[in-house]
Ligand binder design. Structure first.
Ligand SMILES: [Zn+2]
Length: 428
């Protein structure tokens, strides 16, 4: 379908960070024009939308999440990470099955599109169901099957990870990746096997790195190396690797990551809530590392709002460095959009509003009090905006959310099915 969105303030996130009053024209799922209305081509379109002076921005790219964990939102809060994992989350996850993961994912996708997210990168189990839900909804996704071998099930999980590559081949917006969980759950031998599989499938690797001080320092005790140093010694940094969290990485880790083009998936909200710390995002970026941001799973956040993460990542860097000039609004927008697309290897097709890219975008209603007075819409978007202002979310030209409603399912059914599954997971 062809769509023309008129009367907008376009935040492009292109290389020049251009913002302008104008319109966006979409044809066949692709952005064919973004710019001033005066210079726009005169095209017949199936639908014209009036943005009413609102923002047209690239959709958010949520680079690290565990979408099915929406089922466990609020179930176990205010706990230390390892206690939380071992005594609450893992026992509940042991009861997960395909149906639970499907409905948990649908609930998460409904939440994400209502907050302007057009693409997510996940790591979990039962990933065929996550892929199916993403395809049913029409959202873009890079889905990594989690691989761990502390329970002796490593090879079985590796086979499941391999199976996903074939499973997603008919899903146009879904790609598979491989997700060795973390240094403390994956043996060096298994990391090497993961590296071989990633090479075989030409896939990205999605891994948790140095989320907590304990995890980081215990790795040094075990191996004489940081988690990044260990993965480097195992050859994994030669492959496209996405490192979630990176709260405790060293200066040497950062230099190595910049050299090897390893990308960071920073989760400021989750890191705060689990008391993990505050990642040195500005230092990483100064070192040349591509930093994106993410919500993590809803059990540790507890929402999937990239609008909140974009604000947090900026405010935290200003606060901890005592420098209000750090991470201006335009940089925070890039972290939440184009840097995320780059992290996922999708920067050629999404992450910015530019002719030739997929129409993955949001319209923000700026008629409310949060955007008044209209002194600077880019600043308002980062420092004042809210998910509640998202008017429309489009992926590949398809509208997945508009005026408070998802278009790919019945939200009451999704909420009811997800709630039923949660009741089963958390029974004692
Ligand atoms: Zn995670």
């Amino acid at each position: 379908m062809s769509v023309r969105i008129n009367n907008g303030y376009v935040i492009t996130a292109n290389a020049q960070n251009a913002c302008m009053e104008g319109c966006v024209i979409v044809d066949g799922g692709i952005i064919v024009y973004a710019g001033s209305e005066a210079l726009a081509p005169d095209m017949d379109v199936a639908r014209t939308i009036d943005a009413n002076g609102g923002i047209i921005a690239p959709g958010f790219v949520n680079t690290h999440t565990h979408v099915a964990m929406n089922l466990l939102r609020g179930y176990a809060d205010d706990m230390a990470l390892m206690d939380w994992l071992q005594n609450s989350i893992w026992p509940a996850e042991a009861r997960l099955d395909e149906e639970a993961v499907y409905w948990g994912t649908m609930l998460a996708i409904a939440e994400m599109v209502s907050g302007g997210i057009t693409c997510f990168s996940d790591m979990y189990n039962f990933t065929e169901q996550i892929a199916k839900a993403a395809n049913d909804a029409g959202i873009r996704a890079l889905i990594a099957t989690a691989v761990l071998d502390i329970d002796g099930q490593g090879d079985k999980r590796l086979q499941k990870a391999a199976d996903l590559f074939d499973f997603v081949k008919d899903y146009p917006r879904v790609e598979a990746a491989i997700g060795p969980h973390a240094e403390y759950t994956v043996s060096p031998e298994m990391f090497k096997k993961v590296g071989k599989y990633a090479q075989k499938f030409g896939s990205r690797i999605h891994v948790h790195i140095s989320e907590t001080f304990g995890e980081h320092s215990e790795c040094i005790e075990r191996h004489g190396k940081t988690p990044i140093g260990l993965l480097n010694s195992l050859g994994l940094l030669e492959l496209p690797l996405m490192a979630a969290h990176c709260v405790w990485i060293s200066d040497e880790d950062m230099t190595l990551m910049a050299e090897k083009d390893i990308t960071v998936l920073s989760c400021p909200g989750s890191n705060l809530k689990l008391g993990s710390g505050i990642a040195r995002v500005c230092k990483m970026m100064d070192t040349g590392v591509n930093v994106s941001c993410a919500t993590d799973g809803a059990a540790s956040n507890n929402n999937l709002s990239m609008m909140e993460e974009m604000t947090l990542i900026s405010l935290l860097q200003k606060g901890v460095n005592h420098q209000p000039m750090l991470m201006p609004a335009k940089t925070a927008v890039r972290i939440a959009t184009i840097n995320g697309a780059k992290a996922l290897g999708l920067e050629q097709i999404t992450g910015s509003i530019e002719a030739g890219k997929q129409a993955d975008l949001v319209i923000i209603d700026t008629s409310g009090v949060r955007y008044c007075p209209k002194t600077n819409l880019l600043n308002h978007f980062v420092y004042s905006g809210s998910d509640a202002d998202v008017k429309l979310t489009m992926v590949g030209g398809d509208i997945l959310y508009e005026d408070g409603k998802i278009t790919f399912g019945d939200i009451e059914e999704i909420k009811a099915k997800a709630s039923q599954q949660t009741a089963r997971l958390v029974m004692t």
